[in-house]
Design a protein around this ligand. Structure first.
Ligand code: B12
Length: 261
C-alpha cells in the first residue's frame, strides 16, 4: 500500500489489494447451526447486494441460534470528499491549559452534574470522563481545579438529574447512554430535553451526551449541545465545557444588559 494514494472520490473497503472491496461481517440467526442456516446467511448477504459471499465460520450459540462470519465483496463506492460530518469544533486544550483558561475567565469553578440516566447502569464511560483517575492516561474532570463535579452514578431518573442541576446551579449537564437496544437512548434523551423545556430551564445548561453509539450529529438532532462517542478522552470534554460555558455566560450577560432574562 505504501506510496499508493486511494481515490477518496470513489472509496471502498479493501482486504488484500486496494479497491478489491473485500469485507468481513458477522451476525446471529435465530436458527440452530446447520447447512440450511449457513445457506440462509449466504443468501442474506447476497440480498444486501454483496458479491463473492462465503460463510467462513458458523458456530452454534445454544438452542435455536447460530453465529456466522462471512467474507464478501462490496461493489459500491462512495465519494468521501463530499461527506460533511457534524463534529465538536472547539480546540482541544491540555489539562493545565483548561485550568488556566477557566481561571483567567471565570471567578469560580464550573459546575458539572453527570449521570447515567434511565435504566442504564453502564457507569464506566461516565466515570472515565468525570472521575479523578480519568481514562487512557488523562485525568477526569474531578481532578481539574477548574471544575466542581457531581457524578450521580447509574440509573438516575431524568427528573432527579434536573433537580440536582438546578439545586447546584450547574453550568453543564453530562448524560451517559450506553444501552441503545430498541432505541431506548433516543427516548430517554428526548424525554430529558422535553422535561428541561417544560421546566423552562433548558437554556441554563450546556447539555452534553456521551456513549459508544452517540454522535455529535445525533446529539444535535435530539436537542443537545454536543455529543461525544467511543474513545472520547476527558480533555476533549473539559476543553469543550470550558469554552462553551463561557460563550453561554457571555450571551446571558448580554441578555441581562439588554433587559432580558
Ligand atoms: C461492562 C459492561 C457491563 C457492566 C457495566 C458495569 C458498569 N458499572 O458500568 C454490566 C455487567 C453491569 C453490564 C450490564 C448490561 N449490559 Co453491558 N456491557 C459492558 C461492556 C462489556 C463494557 C462497557 C464499558 O465499560 N466500556 C468502556 C467505557 C470506557 O467505554 P464507553 O462506555 O464507550 O465510554 C466511552 C465513550 O463512549 C464516552 N462516553 C460514555 N459515556 C459518556 C458520557 C459523557 C457525558 C461523555 C462526554 C462521554 C461519554 O467516553 C468514554 C471514554 O472514552 C459492553 C461491551 C463493550 N465491550 O463495550 C457491554 C454492553 C454495553 N452491554 C450491553 C448489554 C445489553 C447489557 C445488559 C442489558 C445485559 C443484560 N441483558 O442484562 C445489561 C444492562 C444493565 C443496565 N441496566 O444498563 C450491550 C449493549 C448493547 C446496546 N447497544 O444496547 C453491550 C454493548 C454488550 C453487547 N455487545 O451486547 N454491562
Amino acid at each position: 500500500m505504501s506510496g499508493v494514494r486511494p481515490d477518496i472520490t470513489a472509496i471502498r473497503p479493501y482486504g488484500d489489494t486496494l479497491d478489491d472491496g473485500r469485507i468481513q461481517m458477522s451476525f446471529t440467526l435465530p436458527m440452530e447451526a446447520s447447512e440450511q442456516a449457513r445457506e440462509a446467511a449466504r443468501q442474506i448477504a447476497l440480498g444486501m447486494g454483496l458479491d463473492d459471499v462465503t460463510v467462513v465460520h458458523m458456530r452454534d450459540l445454544g438452542e435455536g441460534f447460530s453465529f456466522h462470519v462471512l467474507y464478501a465483496r462490496v461493489t459500491v463506492s462512495v465519494d468521501a470528499s463530499r461527506i460533511v460530518v457534524a463534529k465538536v469544533t472547539t480546540p482541544v486544550l491540555g489539562f493545565d491549559e483548561v485550568n488556566e483558561y477557566i481561571a483567567a475567565r471565570y471567578s469560580r469553578k464550573l459546575r458539572v452534574v453527570g449521570a447515567c440516566t434511565g435504566s442504564d447502569a453502564h457507569t464506566v464511560g461516565l466515570d472515565a470522563i468525570m472521575n479523578m483517575k480519568g481514562y487512557a492516561g488523562e485525568y477526569g474532570l474531578e481532578r481539574y481545579s477548574g471544575f466542581q463535579t457531581w457524578n450521580m452514578g447509574a440509573q438516575v431518573p431524568n427528573e432527579d438529574l434536573i433537580a440536582r442541576a438546578v439545586q447546584v446551579d450547574a453550568d453543564a449537564i453530562l448524560v451517559s447512554q450506553v444501552v441503545t437496544q430498541k432505541d431506548v437512548h433516543v427516548r430517554n434523551l428526548t424525554n430529558l430535553v422535553e422535561l428541561l423545556e417544560a421546566d423552562g430551564v433548558r437554556d441554563r445548561f450546556v447539555l452534553v451526551v456521551g456513549g459508544p453509539r452517540v454522535s455529535h450529529e445525533l446529539a444535535l438532532e435530539l436537542g443537545f449541545d454536543a455529543g461525544f462517542g467511543a474513545g472520547t478522552l476527558p480533555p476533549e470534554v473539559a476543553s469543550y465545557l470550558a469554552q462553551t460555558c463561557l460563550t453561554r455566560a457571555t450571551a446571558a450577560t448580554r441578555a441581562d444588559d439588554d433587559g432580558g432574562v
